[in-house]
Design a protein around this ligand. Structure first.
Ligand SMILES: *Cc1c(COP(=O)(O)O)cnc(C)c1O
Length: 239
């Protein structure tokens, strides 16, 4: 085993243990939570190693980095999640490799994703990104729709050809009333998820929790956690 593979295996084992403990503490089955490894800023060779170690879900946040990486890993059976703020001019590229776009936060994006998915002849999973700290009608600093905009977007995704409404995603806010209160933030997201499932029963994915707060997300009821640093290491610079 290479040094890198041994290191990633050890990190993965530690994250797996954290998820398992959090599930046990919450009385949830381990299978209820899917680990998505966020590979942004790390090379395709790491994605390949992660696949060898059993990882099947990876996430990226910038098309420029993700597109070549996904192409290099096209022979691997992986589910690619796009979790970054997405400009409409990148939609066609993202739709060519992503299986799920977790950052759907405006109608224009729904329209563009639908057109691209139809053109590619594929079905794209979509999560509505919720900015828990955004005021009505505004978007979050890191993307996301204000909570009162969820249903309009959900209905748009639901009726858009080529798109499948998967559920909700959030990033715990750094500012505002939820700053430093991850558990409260994720509980709030779960309330929005319950409401959403009232109208869209199949939209049962709840993507929340990162390296620092995955336990809070699992405790609240998240179905997907997105973990970067704890598996791959601290990213150089911003990412
Ligand atoms: C980078 C990123 C993550 C992973 O964050 P870590 O703290 O490295 O685990 C999760 N979600 C999104 C949207 C990200 O951009």
């Amino acid at each position: 085993m290479t040094d890198r593979k041994a290191q990633l295996a050890e990190n993965l084992a530690r994250v797996e243990e954290r998820i398992a403990s959090a599930c046990a503490a919450a009385g949830r089955a381990r299978e209820e939570v899917t680990l998505i490894v966020v590979t942004k800023t790390y090379p395709a060779s790491d994605v390949r190693i992660l696949h060898e170690l059993g990882v099947r879900h990876v996430a990226e946040n910038r098309d420029q980095d993700a597109a070549p990486k996904a192409a290099e890993c096209a022979d691997l059976s992986l589910t690619w999640h796009f979790v970054g703020q997405l400009q409409t001019n990148k939609v066609r590229s993202v739709t060519s490799y992503a299986d799920v776009v977790q950052s759907v936060d405006r109608i224009r994006l729904v329209t563009a994703l639908s057109a691209a998915a139809v053109r590619e002849g594929r079905e794209l999973g979509c999560l509505i990104q919720v900015a828990l700290d955004a005021e009505s009608g505004e978007r979050g600093d890191r993307g996301g729709v204000a909570p009162d905009g969820i249903e309009e977007l959900a209905a748009a995704v639901d009726s858009a050809p080529g798109l499948r409404l998967g559920g909700l995603m959030t990033v715990a806010p750094l500012a505002g009333p939820y700053a430093g209160r991850q558990r409260a933030a994720f509980d709030r997201l779960m309330e929005f998820s319950s409401r959403l499932r009232g109208n869209h029963p199949a939209a049962n994915m709840v993507s929340a929790g990162m390296s620092a707060d995955l336990e809070d997300a699992v405790a609240a009821g998240a179905t997907h956690v997105r973990v970067g640093t704890a598996v791959l290491g601290v990213r150089p610079g911003l990412g």
